[in-house]
Ligand binder design. Structure first.
Ligand code: GLU
Length: 297
């Protein structure tokens, strides 16, 4: 895809099935934007938005948290980029450019079952078409690379952090068979209690652990969440959001194929890459208490 022709047709922006963008159907939003969004017009709009970002009081609050802004756009290559992805990319890019910060692209491809061939190229093509240049990431490199999570996995980065969490007593091997988890979930549904892992493997004795590991040689690793108390998330848009720990289970951080889950890889990389602000879709807000506990660990 070249950027030379201002009116070149854009890459395929899939809208996905999730549907809503600030109360507007994203299908409607994309339909309305398609004729408008030529790269040239997008550049003009972008410049206006950069100056608005510079003047906004929200931005002032955000920047007070840190001096050097480093933000990231972290798409998963599970399909064509949709309007929601582009919106996240745009907000991160705008903030980086308005604050003289760094805009990073990181490809989150740890869910191997959902990978779509060619999706990574489409993601990068979409950014190029919109003229959203990135300072660190695939193709351009940077001091915190690699910027593709499967390459980081191959380097043992997530395994190392998982081993450390286990050694610190903050995570544990779970040997439960998927059939057992399935039966447990169904029983929870019937009983009307909130679904989640029942922590059977959390406090196994050494003997039990030894016995279980002989039966299931491919355990997953789960993170120990607090059993009670509130977890507070400071969200710039929503303010302080409170989550009850009792409703959050010990989630999986490393799968049996030794790939990390989104939660672990995302937090480890945000930490190692020095990310100062996270701007992403609202659907990720329920994951924030888990991430906060991982950061604290
Ligand atoms: N890989 C996640 C996604 O594609 C990123 C979410 C985040 O920015 O933390 O939605």
């Amino acid at each position: 895809m070249t950027l030379s022709s201002a009116d070149a047709p854009g890459p395929n922006l899939d809208i996905g099935s999730k549907g809503k963008l600030d109360g507007i159907s994203s299908v409607t939003a994309l339909g309305a934007l398609r004729p408008f969004l030529t790269p040239h017009r997008f550049s003009l709009l972008r410049n206006v938005l950069v100056s608005l970002f510079r003047d906004s009081s929200t931005t002032d609050n955000m920047v007070a948290m840190s001096e050097t802004v480093r933000v990231r756009y972290a798409p998963s290559p599970t399909g064509e980029p949709h309007l929601g992805n582009i919106r996240s990319a745009l907000f991160n890019w705008l903030y980086a450019r308005a604050m003289g910060g760094t805009f990073i692209v990181r490809i989150e491809d740890t869910d191997r079952t959902r990978l779509v061939e060619g999706a990574q190229d489409s993601i990068l093509d979409a950014l190029r078409w919109l003229n959203l240049d990135w300072d660190e990431g695939p193709e351009v490199g940077g001091a915190f690379g690699p910027y593709v999570q499967s390459e980081r996995q191959a380097q043992g980065i997530y395994q190392e952090h998982t081993d450390w969490l286990i050694a610190e007593g903050r995570a544990y091997y779970c040997y439960c068979h998927p059939d057992r988890l399935d039966t447990m979930r169904k029983a929870q549904q019937v009983a009307g209690i909130s679904p989640g892992y029942d922590r059977r493997c959390r406090d196994l004795s050494d003997d039990d652990r030894q016995r279980s590991s002989e039966v299931n040689r491919k355990p997953v690793v789960r993170f120990k969440m607090p059993l009670e108390g509130d977890i507070l998330v400071n969200d710039v848009v929503r303010g302080e959001v409170k989550f009850d720990s009792a409703l959050l289970d010990d989630f999986v951080i490393l799968k049996s194929d030794s790939f990390p889950t989104y939660h672990l890889a995302n937090v480890v990389d945000d930490h190692l890459m020095g990310i100062t602000h996270v701007m992403r879709a609202e659907e990720w807000l329920p994951s924030a208490p888990r991430h906060i506990k991982l950061y604290e660990a």
